[in-house]
Design a protein around this ligand. Structure first.
Ligand SMILES: [Zn+2]
Ligand SMILES: [Zn+2]
Length: 278
């Protein structure tokens, strides 16, 4: 059984209405030993979306420190963050993570070239192949610009947002919505090698299963390749925004990871990983 969920949101993220205490209560109920809250901080999120993925870090630290004290006999609560990465944010992200002692920092791509792949604008004049290709290229650029994060979040996140009308478009060797490692193998190898070369890891994010993709992020082919290239550092997170999604489909993960050659998963405290047996 997995004893830690390391990607969890609360109402410090503008796309969640769950107070952090509710998430902690649910984690205790599920018997977790560790929980890491990782709320969104995305300094460049377009205002017209109606979301502001920016929280007050002082209030955040105070609230989570308070919960840490309140629940310390029941669960180890860790203070994390999910930072939106873009090269233009490197200095601001570095300032923030220098200033606040986060236990764990997820670096994620939610915007590519200041556009959200969730919106139609990103896909305008782009094939499915081009859209996915540009997304993975930008992951490499993000890693080169800023290395203050510990693991890269939901590495193939973009696959959720390929527009339905483009599904099946003849754009890639497999010409399917369900992308294949083989379509982007050189680029994906470079992505994984870059992450490894900076001493960073990836996560297995079960929101892919929640979204009905049939696999977590990233898909097993990529997890396999990461391991083959020497990658070992992997955390596990549900990306829950509601208590009922905590540890989503976690029962599937140990066997999956073991079948791909993994023996351990990581948790973090004060920016340092420790390894738990699968
Ligand atoms: Zn995310
Ligand atoms: Zn998230």
């Amino acid at each position: 059984m997995l004893l830690a969920d390391y990607h969890v949101h609360s109402d410090f993220s503008s796309d969640s209405t769950a107070p952090a205490q509710q998430m902690v209560e649910q984690a205790v109920k599920l018997g977790l030993e560790k929980l890491c809250i990782t709320d969104h901080m995305d300094y460049d999120y377009p205002q017209e979306s109606g979301y502001s993925f920016v929280f007050d870090p002082d209030k955040y630290m105070d609230k989570l420190e308070e919960l840490k004290r309140l629940y310390h006999k029941k669960i180890e609560l860790k203070i994390g963050i999910e930072l939106g990465l873009q090269p233009c944010l490197a200095a601001r992200n570095a300032d923030l993570t220098r200033q606040y002692p986060f236990d764990f920092i997820i670096g994620s791509s939610h915007l590519v070239d200041r556009m959200d792949p969730y919106t139609a604008g990103y896909w305008e004049n782009r094939t499915v192949f081009d859209g996915i290709h540009r997304y993975f290229e930008s992951v490499i650029e993000n890693c080169k610009a800023y290395q203050g994060f510990h693991i890269y979040g939901h590495l193939d996140y973009i696959i959720r947002y390929v527009p339905k009308e483009k599904v099946g478009q003849k754009t890639s060797p497999t010409s399917k919505y369900d992308y294949s490692y083989l379509d982007y193998s050189d680029l994906l190898d470079e992505v994984l090698r870059t992450i490894i070369s900076y001493g960073k890891g990836i996560e297995i994010n079960t929101a892919g299963l929640k979204y009905g993709l049939g696999y977590p992020h990233p898909k097993p082919e990529i997890l396999k390749r990461y391991r083959e290239l020497g990658g070992e550092l992997i955390t596990i997170g549900s990306d829950a925004h509601k208590p009922e999604h905590l540890c989503y489909d976690f029962h599937l993960i140990p066997e999956l990871l073991k079948s791909l050659g993994y023996k351990y998963y990581a948790t973090f405290a004060e920016g340092k990983p420790s390894f738990e047996k699968l």
